[in-house]
Design a protein around this ligand. Structure first.
Ligand SMILES: O=P(O)(O)OC[C@H]1O[C@H](OP(=O)(O)OP(=O)(O)O)[C@H](O)[C@@H]1O
Ligand SMILES: O=c1cc[nH]c(=O)[nH]1
Ligand SMILES: [Mg+2]
Length: 219
């Protein structure tokens, strides 16, 4: 069943504040996204099943511990461009993940001002096979109108039906979330904030501007 998780950890909120600040420059912006990817990884792990195991320490004594089997069944898809730094953080937690790439672009040239729908141009899809015990994580820091994520999900889910489908975003809107969940009711959306508005040009308000441009130094 679909769900929305807002990561309200003070560190995540402080990093997001830096990202929102127009004075934050490219390197700090990208570093912030990496750090949020790592924190988001921790948050996602909290939702995984844990099994109890026993190991023997060098003292020849048994110690109880835990094992997280799901960590061997993670597929991460990065939506180019803006997801690249976020994924760099996620793989610090999911080091063993199988990875894929989707190159998606909102076609701003054909966007009708005020419309909450964009044509999405997908020019490259490389996704590993997805198995039914996998947890699929699709990383894209901005979930504005939802047009991109819906187009990406349509492509990626052709590669198999995962156990869970997680969207890792940094800022989402209620409009975008509702739209995604209407079409993919099983999706789980992790985000650091839900912002109230989308402006005439399709930007999230207050938002953080164009995540791709800010992370990579312009269009
Ligand atoms: O929910 P939506 O309204 O579809 O908007 C979200 C998309 O917009 C941005 O991509 P963009 O096309 O600007 O590409 P970029 O990451 O290369 O900048 C962002 O990275 C998302 O993929
Ligand atoms: O506000 C927005 C909306 C879509 N993509 C961005 O990078 N920023
Ligand atoms: Mg962009």
């Amino acid at each position: 069943m679909g769900k929305v998780v807002v990561i309200d950890h003070p560190l995540a909120q402080a990093i997001l504040t830096t990202l929102r600040d127009r004075n934050t420059k490219q390197i700090e912006f990208r570093k912030g996204l990496v750090r949020l990817g790592r924190l988001m990884g921790y948050e996602i792990v909290k939702s995984m099943d844990i099994e109890t195991v026993e190991v023997e320490t060098p003292l020849g004594v048994k110690a109880k511990g835990v094992r997280i089997r799901d960590l061997d069944h993670i597929v991460i898809i990065q939506v180019l461009r803006a997801a690249m730094p976020l994924v760099e953080g996620l793989v610090k937690i999911f080091a063993n993940a199988r990875m894929g790439v989707v190159s998606a672009r909102r076609v701003e040239e054909s966007h009708v001002p005020g419309s909450l729908d964009f044509d999405i141009e997908i020019t490259y899809v490389k996704v590993p096979r997805i198995f039914d015990d996998d947890i699929l994580i699709i990383a894209d820091p901005m979930l504005a109108t939802g047009s991109t994520i819906i187009s990406v999900l349509r492509q990626v889910l052709k590669y198999g039906a995962p156990k869970r489908t997680i969207i890792a975003s940094v800022i989402a809107t209620k409009y975008g979330i509702d739209r995604v969940l209407r079409e993919y009711s099983f999706a789980e959306i992790y985000t650091v904030a839900i912002d109230p508005e989308i402006n005439e040009k399709g930007y999230i308000v207050p938002g953080l501007g164009d995540a791709g441009d800010r992370a990579f130094g312009g269009p």
